[in-house]
Design a protein around this ligand. Structure first.
Ligand code: ZN
Length: 194
């Protein structure tokens, strides 16, 4: 608010509340209020004035509004509006990107392929060869993951287990047991997809 707007706000306060101090002719009150409320837009300050004099708080103590009250009302309204805006945006995004398990799986596939590709490049393949090897790795991984392991009994969809010394637990293997690969190849052969 600038000074004329602040003067208009104080005049409105005086109309609403006979106990509100009458602005002095030197404009000291106006300048003090304007300094405190320079960041508050005039319509928001008017709204703050109206809601203050309609509030339960005012009905109880009947104190004239202060610049700090206007600032507080404005900050509360500002926060509430931002909160509404944020939750609206979150809702819109959720509607635009509903959870899609297929996309998740594609993402995992891509990540696995890229890791494999980097691994092959570090071992001396050129990028094209590495890409082909990585794609083959991914297809193989998908194939053996689709069957249970006859050796360690890992169910379909889960990597093989490796027994640990002293049987304190089991650890996942990054590579499947050979019999699981045989099993996967056999399954593909049986269904005619391999
Ligand atoms: Zn296994």
């Amino acid at each position: 608010m600038n000074e004329p707007e602040t003067a208009a706000l104080l005049a409105a306060a005086k109309v609403l509340d006979p106990r509100f101090p009458k602005p002095d002719e030197h404009g000291v009150l106006v300048r003090l209020w304007q300094q405190q409320l320079r960041q508050v837009p005039f319509p928001a300050a008017q709204q703050a004035l109206l809601s203050y004099y309609a509030s339960e708080r005012y009905r109880q103590h009947r104190q004239p509004i202060s610049a700090a009250d206007v600032l507080g009302e404005w900050r509360d309204a500002h926060r509430a509006a931002e909160e509404r805006h944020r939750s609206h945006r979150a809702l819109t995004q959720a509607r635009q990107h509903p959870f899609d398990p297929d996309r998740l799986h594609r993402g995992v596939d891509q990540a696995v392929t890229q890791l494999a590709q980097r691994w092959h490049i570090r071992r001396g393949l050129n990028p094209q060869q590495a890409h082909e090897r990585a794609a083959a790795d991914r297809a193989a991984r998908r194939a053996w993951l689709s069957v249970a392991c006859p050796h360690c009994r890992a169910p379909a969809g889960e990597p093989c287990w490796r027994p640990t010394p002293r049987a304190v637990g089991r650890v996942r293997r990054t590579q499947p047991h050979p019999s699981r690969i045989t099993e996967a190849l056999q399954a593909r052969h049986d269904t005619g997809t391999g």
